[in-house]
Design a binder for this molecule. Structure first.
Ligand SMILES: C[S@@+](CC[C@H](N)C(=O)[O-])C[C@H]1O[C@@H](n2cnc3c(N)ncnc32)[C@H](O)[C@@H]1O
Length: 307
């Protein structure tokens, strides 16, 4: 196993301490990416195996030769199907699951993928080429109302309606094809010191819509819980408040043993508590980690134990 030339994975020592507590069995790395967390798990636990999932064909190719074949399985797929992917590969239960959400440094740095507003590229933003919806399709075909909704809901952008209007006006003259064409349109609404943050919010919103990221996450949380052994651990690293809220609310709900309205004196819902929350507040990277890797600055890790 070689470690050279790979990015240091985010919150790696926290992941190893909180998730990798069982010496043997399968761990699922639901977001294989550059393989940094998988590498750390395989190195810490010499008898454990990793089942690595990623949507991105390039990420899987990158890792195929990197890890010993008897300890690592690379699986193409969407983590929303985690339960199915694991079971159809002959694995019944796993001892740990990690989801390190969002896009990898490799994806951001790849000039041709269209994820970055600093690099000129076709407006694509797909994590997997198997899907048809691209950022270009969204920008050129969604109504002003729908564009505005995704900018507001997925980007928390205050100028959503005005930016959507500007896009609709410009695309009547000419189809919007590239990242930098979109940047130019957005900069008509949000100039000066606000521009970079606005661009980040709009690009985030488009990426979430293209890849259906929030829906995927909701399904992956339930699927992950279903495949864990009792005492098994699930950790999720999120990078923005929309993801973190979904994770927090899911864990909170599963931590309850009753969801009956307060006016009912005796429980009738028969709900069972399925997990213990191990991180009352999310864990965040140290200042030192953020200094070494600026992408870590918005990371939040929440971990649970299945009961
Ligand atoms: C932040 S990176 C993971 C980095 C990785 N932990 C490492 O140490 O290198 C996120 C990865 O998850 C993948 N991904 C995002 N959404 C996914 C999904 N729904 N199903 C499978 N993989 C997904 C992306 O393609 C990307 O490679």
């Amino acid at each position: 196993m070689s470690e050279t030339n790979y990015h240091i994975p985010i919150l790696v020592s926290e992941i190893l301490d909180l998730i990798c507590i069982t010496e043997e069995g399968f761990y699922v790395d639901g977001t294989l990416g550059g393989g940094g967390h998988t590498f750390a798990i395989l190195q810490k636990l010499s008898n454990a195996k990793v089942f690595g999932i990623d949507l991105d064909e390039e990420a899987l190719k990158q890792n195929q030769e990197r890890f010993p074949k008897d300890r690592f399985v690379a699986c193409p797929g969407n983590f929303r199907d985690i339960e199915n992917l694991v079971k159809t590969n002959g694995i019944d239960k796993v001892v740990g699951v990690l989801l390190d959400l969002g896009i990898s440094s490799h994806q951001i740095d790849s000039a041709n993928r269209g994820f970055s507003f600093q690099k000129d590229a076709q407006l694509d933003m797909r994590m997997s080429k198997q899907t048809n919806l691209t950022a270009k399709k969204i920008v050129n075909s969604y109504s002003r109302e729908d564009l505005s909704r995704i900018f507001r809901e997925f980007g928390e952008e205050k100028n959503a309606w005005r930016i959507a209007g500007e896009i609709v006006r410009e695309r009547e003259k000419k189809e919007v094809e590239t990242t930098l064409e979109l940047v130019k349109i957005i900069s008509k609404v949000a100039g000066g010191k606000f521009l970079v943050k606005t661009l980040a919010r709009i690009f985030q919103a488009l990426r979430i819509e293209v890849n259906q990221e929030l829906e995927n996450l909701k399904e992956a949380l339930q699927g992950s819980l279903n495949i864990l052994v009792e005492g098994g651990r699930l950790g999720v690293i999120s990078y923005h408040s929309l993801e973190d809220r979904i994770v927090k609310d899911f864990f909170k709900h599963e931590n309850l043993s009753c969801v009956c309205p307060k006016v009912i004196p005796v429980c009738v819902c028969k709900k069972k508590r399925t997990l213990n929350i191990l991180t009352k507040n999310p864990m965040v990277p140290s200042e030192n980690e953020i200094k070494q890797n600026s992408r870590a600055r918005s990371a939040k890790l929440r971990v649970i134990e299945k009961i």
